[in-house]
Design a protein around this ligand. Structure first.
Ligand code: SF4
Length: 443
């Protein structure tokens, strides 16, 4: 077993876990597979929050069947789908050699060894609510200048559509000192930007300290030597004024907040178990804009939750317009087995949800453009990420508001030379999902 390929089918938490999987496999002498080749070990790190992760997993594992037979490629599946399905995954995908749960990540190398000496598949899925937070594994970062930093895992909220509390367990926070010392090490290692990760970062520390300490953590991480701090995800019910103050007063904290609204109807929010109303959510949004007029606000919206009527959907549209989002992840509701919403009887048919969804997407696009156009003529601090995927003569980066900015590659500069650098960019043009600009020194 000498080459590996880690395929991430999921969210940011999965991406971070994938970096840790890569770090562990590198530490045992394996190497990443060259592009275009099939690895000796393929690890799928999955998420079951979004339905297409299931479909992509089934498609990709099935397509490896032939090569597995010919070359003995080992297939491992972990993350939320591994945790949720455990051994039953082998009934639909008997090609899998190793199944591991969200809490068994650190054992993956040992499980691969066990699979090599075993006539059948190896499965290890522990109770996700037990044991330690595995924060000290080696990690192979995708970009040297960016690091994901988990601050808590699990969730106590039990939104009725969500599988996370069942597969990731109850919320467990890392100590503040542990997080800050990791960020100090990362800064010393050249990391410019960290993203703090948790299912609900705003309740960070409640399990350890009896009260949330996220605002304090933000200030401490910002003082630990990195130039940018991002975080995700925030639950509106737990976003405190203290945290808004910490964001507003700490220049390293990016002016971007992802604040999932899910619905604008109080009736549906109650059925979702979200613990806020349209009024309290929009009051929070106004407090945010008053404190940070340049804040970029993004959200998640679910269309067609069980029982959603046309009137409920109009409340969602009203909320979206009032919140003036910069972008949104939009979803048509689909049931997740094992969640309360999956057994609700009033599921909404596709012929009703699709037109609502289309209207919502059109509205979000209009709002996104309306938020980008005023940036024309301004100078934005942009963290350059490298050449654009479509055109190597163009560099791509992100503003503090997480907006994608494309810049022509300056003459005499290699495409990767400026990756990881914070530069000033004058914005010359704005589209719905990106801006075009010029390096300010050239402007
Ligand atoms: S806050 Fe709700 S949606 Fe988010 S992870 Fe927890 S249960 Fe799921």
């Amino acid at each position: 077993m000498s080459t590996f390929d880690v395929r991430t089918l999921g969210c940011q938490m999965n991406k971070h876990d994938s970096e840790r999987i890569a770090g562990m496999l590198l530490a045992r002498g394996m190497t990443p597979v060259p592009t275009g080749e099939v690895a000796d070990v393929v690890v799928f790190n999955t998420c079951c929050v979004r339905e297409n992760a299931d479909e992509r997993l089934y498609g990709q594992v099935s397509s490896l069947s032939g090569i597995r037979r010919e070359r003995g490629t080992v297939i491992a599946v972990g993350g939320c789908i591994g945790q949720r399905d455990g051994e039953t995954l082998l009934r639909t995908l008997p090609q899998i050699d190793v199944v591991f749960g969200t809490h068994n990540l650190a054992h993956l190398p040992a499980l691969l060894d066990a699979a090599a000496g075993s006539p059948g598949p190896v499965v290890e899925v522990d109770d996700p609510s037990e044991g330690d937070f595995t924060s000290e594994l080696p990690s192979e970062r995708e970009h040297p200048w960016h690091a994901w930093v988990p601050i808590a895992v699990g969730c106590n909220n039990f939104c009725t559509y969500c599988i996370v509390p069942y597969v990731r367990g109850r919320e467990r926070s890392r100590t503040l000192e542990d997080i800050v010392s990791e960020v100090r090490r990362l800064a010393a290692d050249g990391v410019v930007e960290v993203t703090l990760l948790g299912q609900n970062v705003n309740s960070y520390g409640r399990d350890l300290y009896g009260t949330p300490r996220f605002a304090e953590l933000l200030r401490a991480v910002a003082a630990a030597g990195v130039e940018r701090v991002r975080f995700t995800t925030s639950h509106p019910k737990d976003l405190s004024d203290e945290t808004i103050r910490a964001m507003a007063e700490t220049p390293q904290v990016c002016r971007h907040l992802h604040l999932p609204v899910q619905s604008g109807s109080d009736r549906i929010l109650k059925a979702m178990n979200r613990h806020y109303t349209q009024e309290s959510y929009l009051a929070l949004v106004e407090r945010l804009y008053v404190s940070m007029p340049d804040l970029a606000l993004t959200t998640d919206v679910i269309v067609g939750f069980p029982g959603e009527t046309d009137a409920d959907f109009e409340e969602t549209m009203n909320t979206v317009k009032a919140a003036r989002y910069d972008a949104a992840f939009t979803f048509i509701y689909s049931p997740r087995a094992g969640t309360p919403a999956a057994s609700m009887t009033d599921q909404v048919p596709r012929e009703l949800t699709q037109p609502r969804f289309d209207r919502l997407v059109t509205e979000i696009q209009a709002l996104a453009l309306a938020k980008n156009v005023p940036l024309i003529g301004t100078v934005q601090r942009v963290l350059l990420e490298g050449p654009s995927k479509r055109d190597p003569r163009v560099l791509t980066g992100r503003t503090g508001g997480n907006k994608v900015v494309h810049v022509p590659l300056p003459a005499g500069v290699a495409p990767d030379q400026l990756a990881g650098m914070l530069v000033d960019i004058r914005i010359d043009d704005a589209q719905t999902w990106f801006c075009m600009g010029t390096l300010n020194s050239e402007a």
